[in-house]
Design a protein around this ligand. Sequence first.
Ligand code: OX2
Length: 791
Amino acid sequence: MSATELRDAILKHLEYSQGKDLAHASLYDMRMALTLAIRDKVIEPWFRATRATYAAQSKRVYYLSMEFLIGRLLEDAIMNVGLTESAREAVLGLGFDFEAVLNDEPDAALGNGGLGRLAACFLDSMSTLGCPAYGYGIRYEHGLFRQSFGPDGRQIETAEDWLRQSHGWEFERPEAAFRIGFGGTVAESGRSAVWTPESAVMAKAYDTPIVGWQGKWANTLRLWGAEPLRAFDLNAFNKGDFTGAAAPEALARTISRVLYPDDTTAQGKELRLKQEFFFTAASLRDILRRFASEHSDLSALSSRVAIQMNDTHPAIAGPELVRLLHDERGMEFDKAVETARACLGYTNHTLMPEALERWPETLMAQVLPRHMQIIERIDAGHARQYPSRTVSIVENGEVKMGELSFIMANKVNGVSALHTELVKDTVFAELHALHPDRIVNETNGVTPRRWVKGANPGLAGLITETIGEGWEDHLERLVELEPAIGDQGFRDRFAAIKAENKVALANWIGTEMGIPVNPDAMFDVQIKRFHEYKRQHLNILETIALWQEIRANPDAGWAPRVKIFGGKAAPGYVMAKEIIHLINNVARIINADKTTRELLTVVYPPNYNVTMAERLIPASDLSEQISTAGKEASGTGNMKFSLNGALTIGTLDGANVEIRDLVGAENFFLFGMTADEVVECRKTPDHAARAIAQSKRLKAAIEMIESGAFSHGDKAMYRGVTQNLRTHDYFTVCADFDSYWDAQRRVDRAWFQRDDWTRIAALNTARTGWFSSDRTIKGYMADIWKVAPMI
Ligand code: OX2
């Protein structure tokens, strides 16, 4: 499509969809008109893909996820249909700033962090590979909260409202609606049972087409919105009870109102359980309806249907599918269990005990009485089959969703090599012994379209110039860059692109935050959710220690650094919020110190999201991946940094291990204990006190916080953090501190060998093509879903 044709299409939508002429069009009108013109281009591959899948009677993948952290769609879609240049020219020709139009799109934050962003990368890869697939989730009215910082540096949360303006991508599907019940009673009827729910809501579908690279294929992201069965109570209204009249509607809508802002702790909330059942049950009904439109024999279900449970959030899919097959379609119980299992896969994303969902049996029985019975029957069946087993799904009055998912899935996967081994050895050790072929590894990946081509057009251009076209969907081809890295000219270009990205980021930080940063300094970046295991406090302690040493010894050859933090803490996570507060106040004090200004700046832009990540990652020199070993299941940010030519300072945790193997140990700043050593260390009860006594720098940094230096003299302000470090320190910040400090000094030294730094940065890009989510999805297709690509 030429720029002129696209221009005409935009004008048509301005007029007929937005009801505006060009003279009166706002930025929003222009963005919507462009979105609709691009969406039109996506419809054709979308229909084609749907028809081809029906014609081939192909098996379909259903990716059930509570979270899809998609970010903005417009720029990505324009790129995937190959219209970036035409769109820029057309929009410019109509008198609008192209970047401003793209920036007008709200960031769809229907997820918390890695788990949700992984789901979004998977959608992109499934469409790119021609894997017939649906993403199923919840159409939250309010995505992840908006973060700001109060004048004192504390995190403030406000509601996010991405749907305030109409969402240009989605299609409302009033015909695809299912009634989803809760509570009530169960009556035995012959061999099965009849569940009569006490209340119900409607799940209504909203479809967003997701187009793959080069527009060859498009899949559907189907999100469910909750609606009342009846709009409102006219009788109550007529009696003057206006609030009462609207009550059923408000209650029903609550279910898809907000995304739980908690990344790694299970929410013991009835609403959360209802949300999980709501979207899972609606998706399963939709899946069975589609299957029934093509086939009549339900025992063939697993040859046509692969359902992936992204974490345990959709774990109720097991019992619900059994209920649909057994109670509602008369399949014999054991056969229903077998059939369901043959369809289901389960991805585990964490080993942290507090993140493994458990529901009180009483709550489960109250919200989903029939499912509770089915769960008990599945549990009993498993016990009968494996009489020696000691694990069970229901234990101490709780339903353990991890065990339920494991037992109801035919494949269980971890998300990095190390994590998968730990899954086998720890949380699911006994189940693994009983089912030795069930656990497989599928190391995470990221989509190179968004994270290299879109976010870093300069680097993408250099790659194409060097190795030719076609690397975007064959990222393993990045190894072809390696011979070029020996050329001074190539390295200079590589360095110049990084420098340009850094200038752009420095300007943005200057405008947004009013903090001047030196673009020639090392950009040292830690962006991710705030959690003690991710150890942002290790980073800020090292920052304080560094600041002190620079002051004491300003001419010791320090590498100038800009420390950049980004990320949100769950609103109820007190310790993580205290760490955020501390970082902001350390930044305030350090940035005000004229004597160190040239060497150290700390910036923490608020409201980190996908769009901000796209800005920060291409401009980063150093990637901080410093979690306590054994705690970060994989990480995916770590992959984005490496691909964009940042060097990593990190522990042997999650996918860091694989990154280090690929880029070479000599090109990775490793520090800290291994997962096994961490376990050993914890056996010494005073490991933290000992580490503090042995490290004068750590001791001084903690004491400085305790002195009130960052809290206007208030010595008690950060006691939560410091006392925890001194006494408990479960995440072994203290024990790893000196090793981290030493690694940072190795980073300093490396920084001064700038050409060699660039060489290593380029090697990071060249050697990490394996982390494309295309590779990950091919793994799922072959090992778990048994689905062949359609293109
Ligand atoms: C995250 C994990 O913490 C992270 O390590 C991983 O890369 C990501 O999932 C994708 O697999 N919630 N978020 C995660 O786990 C849970 C639970």
